[in-house]
Design a protein around this ligand. Structure first.
Ligand SMILES: *[C@@H]1O[C@H](CO)[C@@H](O)[C@H](O)[C@H]1NC(C)=O
Ligand SMILES: *[C@@H]1O[C@H](CO)[C@@H](O)[C@H](O)[C@H]1NC(C)=O
Ligand SMILES: *[C@@H]1O[C@H](CO)[C@@H](O)[C@H](O)[C@H]1NC(C)=O
Ligand SMILES: *[C@@H]1O[C@H](CO)[C@@H](O)[C@H](O)[C@H]1NC(C)=O
Ligand SMILES: *[C@@H]1O[C@H](CO)[C@@H](O)[C@H](O)[C@H]1NC(C)=O
Length: 359
């Protein structure tokens, strides 16, 4: 306990210093455009650019994105080098605060007869009765200490359209996809899948709550091969039965493809952690949640399809998703602030963002 408190204090001090630094460097100096040609391995220009991006506190005040896009474009042209020290800092910090062995509800971290508290509707609880306990795996499918090699987290941003990133995504050891996305764009998004999240509202919206025909749902799930489906039954009360229906549908019709329940405590700890570290949105997007998971579990993290702006880097319009142009609900997520955090981590050599074409 004392140890934990000491750690917490340390984190708070580090945060305070960070915020102090941000305030000090609020108006970053102009960068001169370099004249030398690529590659600029460790060039002073690139490291200065990285420092400048890491010093940006928020995108909220920006009226004119031209300059920001220019900086992003430049940083993407700089060679990316990993910084294992900085990566380990994030890994350790995340593991300490949001231990990913709690990511999924398993028999290892959950007992028959205990109560789970909902992540968002904090007054509601769910008894882990025999019915629920029987749905739980013994452990997470990859055990508790497994480290993956290269992971790709594939967002659904329109930036992926015509990106030709599919082949590169397929070379990752572990591919995470979000919100049950269409897979018929393989040259841009690849075919390999290891874990796919589903938002319970998609089960209502697109599959009539699985109350009628369940085949369209199962067919769509089959497009991910045997990738696990991950769903959060205990964030909102309304999601519980929907999630159970997903579980039973798959168990009966496609037993080789498992359904995992995301633990509400894990999501709660994760959102508290990021709130302390500057993410002020009502809720983290599932993309940002899964990037956090990947940072803890993987040796290298590549990010595709995360781009919350209506224009690409050459100021061409970009649709909302690679498969449609339906706008996200406003006010729930702070996608652009999350993106800035990803850009910080890219600049620090912790993960690698891909926002352009892959060839
Ligand atoms: C935005 O900034 C760029 C360069 O800083 C400038 O050329 C452009 O005119 C600005 N656009 C608007 C709409 O203010
Ligand atoms: C890597 O990260 C550490 C910790 O933040 C930092 O001290 C070091 O300067 C970084 N190394 C490089 C090459 O940027
Ligand atoms: C994370 O959870 C696992 C299993 O519950 C436990 O063995 C481990 O000590 C935990 N790690 C931390 C840093 O809390
Ligand atoms: C993608 O490519 C197709 C065909 O090659 C073209 O019609 C379409 O305009 C392109 N879309 C974007 C967003 O570049
Ligand atoms: C993918 O499938 C959807 C619906 O099934 C369809 O509307 C869309 O045109 C397809 N896209 C491609 C590139 O095949």
């Amino acid at each position: 306990m004392a140890n934990r408190r000491r750690r917490l204090k340390l984190v708070l001090i580090v945060c305070a210093i960070g915020i102090g630094l941000f305030i000090l460097i609020r108006s970053p100096p102009e960068i001169e455009t370099p004249t030398e040609s690529f590659p600029r391995e460790q060039s002073p220009y690139c490291s200065k650019l990285c420092d400048q991006i890491v010093a940006m506190k928020s995108l909220k005040g920006i009226q004119n994105f031209t300059k920001f896009f220019l900086e992003v474009k430049e940083i993407m042209r700089c060679p990316w080098t990993s910084n294992l020290t900085q990566q380990m800092i994030y890994k350790t910090d995340l593991h300490t605060h949001c231990n990913s062995s709690m990511l999924f509800i398993t028999r290892e971290n959950t007992k028959l007869g205990q109560r789970l508290t909902y992540e968002v509707e904090r007054k509601a609880t769910k008894l882990v009765d025999k019915i629920l306990y029987d749905m739980l795996p013994e452990t997470a499918p990859w055990g508790t200490s497994r480290q993956f090699g290269r992971c790709a987290v594939v967002g659904n941003g329109g930036i992926l359209k015509n990106s030709s990133c599919g082949e590169k995504i397929n070379t990752a050891d572990f591919v995470i996809r979000l919100n049950f996305p269409p897979m018929n764009y393989s040259s841009d998004v690849g075919v390999k899948s290891s874990l796919v999240t589903i938002n319970p509202s998609q089960v209502t919206g697109s599959f009539m709550g699985l109350c009628n025909s369940r085949k369209p749902f199962v067919d769509k799930a089959a497009a991910y091969g045997n990738a696990y489906l991950a769903i959060s039954p205990f964030s909102y009360v309304i999601s519980t039965d929907l999630s159970f229906r997903v579980f039973y549908t798959m168990k009966e019709m496609r037993p080789q493809q498992g359904v995992l329940y995301i633990h509400p405590d894990y999501l709660l700890m994760l959102s508290r952690y990021w709130r302390k570290n500057g993410q002020t949105g009502l809720r983290l997007s599932s993309g940002f949640m899964l990037v956090s998971v990947a940072l803890e579990l993987c040796e290298k993290v590549d990010i595709y399809g995360f781009w919350p702006f209506p224009m690409d880097l050459s100021q061409q319009p970009v649709s909302n998703h690679y498969y449609d142009n339906v706008a996200a609900k406003q006010g729930v997520h702070q996608m652009s602030e999350e993106f800035l955090k990803l850009l910080h981590m890219h600049s620090q050599g912790v993960l690698q963002l891909h926002v352009g074409k892959c060839q």
